[in-house]
Write a protein that binds this ligand. Structure first.
Ligand code: GLY
Ligand code: MN
Ligand code: MN
Length: 437
């Protein structure tokens, strides 16, 4: 993202906040992997959204209308000794020159400076609970101001959830954001194609994962947007399976749910395909039910429809299909009303997608499902999972199928960002057949 985009976002936030207010947003903490080894650092999504600044131990402060600067960034000092070991720091000069802060202070000065910035403001935009040690500091600054009221200081009267304001902004993607999401989608599509070409009986799930991650990194995505799910056979029934440590068996299906993160934006794709390159009759029957359900759900993604309509369409087609195959018994209407499909389909049909894979934004407003609007991006991902085979014929045992695409709501309907990942039975089989020559 360019500097202008970050400035525009801060401007939008300031318009929501209004005068006499201040926003305080600490960045995510560094997480320990083991002993003195940390996980690779990633900024909190809201923090990156407003600043593009990706160092830990940093705090954004926004004060609309402040004459000496509205956007302040507290960050680490430059420190040659530390930078030799751990890498470059922007320091206060970099925060201003490279990241567009109006002013910047060392993070160690926060206690001295922040209470003064909050003094006299009516509203503090801050989200409790994200960084608990920071919550304690916020409480102590607020207490300090309250106790100092006898000296004529004015303490804020309202704490307003900052995340909620940012979540609403993030739900509607700008053209630059859509560009980044298209790129994340394209790269992820290529990774799924490569996984289909690579897969054979006898390979290990993590070997397929390696192909995917290599494709991501080759195309500038340092990290997947979430741990890749590569589940052969019954592992495909475990919704968040990430062990990826089993050998792939002939005659089973492989479910892959993997998406790249490109410039802080996620893709989220699932494809399910036969490990030996050819669907069996029963696999094909189940697969086509899921595919039809997914297409029916995608058709419901358009302005004027509400959030739950794609899910309702998917449930209808899945239940009809399961009834037709004899996996469910009874009346269609009753099966849907009593949610009998949940034995086979226990999750919902999608979620918002953006900087976080399960992105922010309300799904209901005033107790009603939210209407879909242009600029929103969601996933559509129905599935069928047969885990408990006791009462079912052997041909259905332990099958997990999910098909997931990323869909942008446009003015006239929708645009499937991940359309190029093969999902028709014939297309998958043809691709896998060419890979075997
Ligand atoms: N990859 C997580 C999900 O599909 O929701
Ligand atoms: Mn998803
Ligand atoms: Mn997924």
């Amino acid at each position: 993202m360019n500097k202008k985009e970050f400035a525009k976002r801060r401007q939008q936030l300031m318009e929501i906040m209004g005068p006499d207010s201040i926003a305080v947003l600490p960045n995510a903490s560094v997480a320990t992997r083991s002993r003195d080894v940390d996980y690779i650092y990633r900024s909190d999504s809201n923090f990156h959204y407003l600043s593009g600044f990706d160092e830990p131990e940093s705090v954004i402060v926004i004060v609309p209308g402040r004459p000496h600067g509205e956007y302040l960034l507290f960050c680490r000092d430059r420190n040659l000794e530390k930078e030799i070991w751990d890498g470059y720091r922007a320091g206060q000069e970099g925060a201003v020159d490279q990241f567009g802060a109006d002013d910047s202070y060392p993070i160690s000065d926060l206690d001295d400076i922040l209470p003064g910035l909050m003094e006299g403001k009516e509203q503090v935009f801050y989200t409790m609970g994200n960084v608990p040690p920071f919550d304690q500091r916020m409480v102590s600054w607020l207490n300090h101001l309250r106790n100092a009221s006898r000296q004529g200081m004015h303490s804020p009267t309202e704490i307003i959830e900052l995340d909620h304001c940012l979540n609403e902004l993030r739900l509607f993607k700008s053209s630059n954001e859509i560009k980044a999401m298209r790129r994340a989608a394209e790269i992820s599509v290529q990774a799924h194609i490569r996984a289909m070409q690579f897969t054979q009986p006898g390979k290990w799930e993590y070997q397929v994962e390696a192909e995917i991650v290599h494709e991501f990194m080759k195309h500038d995505c340092r990290s997947p947007a979430y741990p890749s799910i590569v589940g052969g056979g019954e592992n495909g029934c475990i919704l968040h399976y990430i062990e990826n440590n089993h050998r792939l068996k002939n005659n089973e299906l492989l479910l892959i749910d993997a998406g790249a993160e490109y410039d802080y934006y996620a893709a989220d794709i699932t494809r399910t395909f036969p490990i030996n390159g050819k669907f069996s009759t029963s696999q094909k029957a189940l697969y086509n039910i899921v595919l039809d359900a997914q297409k029916a759900a995608i058709a419901e993604v358009k302005p004027g429809n509400h959030w739950n309509q794609p899910h309702e369409a998917a449930v209808q087609v899945l239940t009809e299909g399961l009834l037709e195959l004899g996996l469910l018994k009874g009346k269609l209407k009753t099966l849907i009303e009593k949610e009998k499909y949940r034995d086979f389909y226990m999750h919902r049909t999608g979620h918002w997608l953006g900087m976080d894979v399960h992105d922010v934004g309300d799904y209901k407003i005033g107790g009603e499902w939210r209407m879909l609007e242009p600029g929103m991006v969601l996933t559509v991902e129905p599935g069928i999972y047969i885990r408990d085979p006791v009462h079912l014929a052997k041909k259905w045992h332990f099958t997990g199928i999910r098909i997931e695409d990323d869909v942008l709501v446009t003015k006239t309907g929708h645009d499937v960002l991940t359309q190029a990942a093969p999902k028709e039975v014939d297309d998958i089989e043809a691709l896998m057949a060419t890979a075997r020559h």
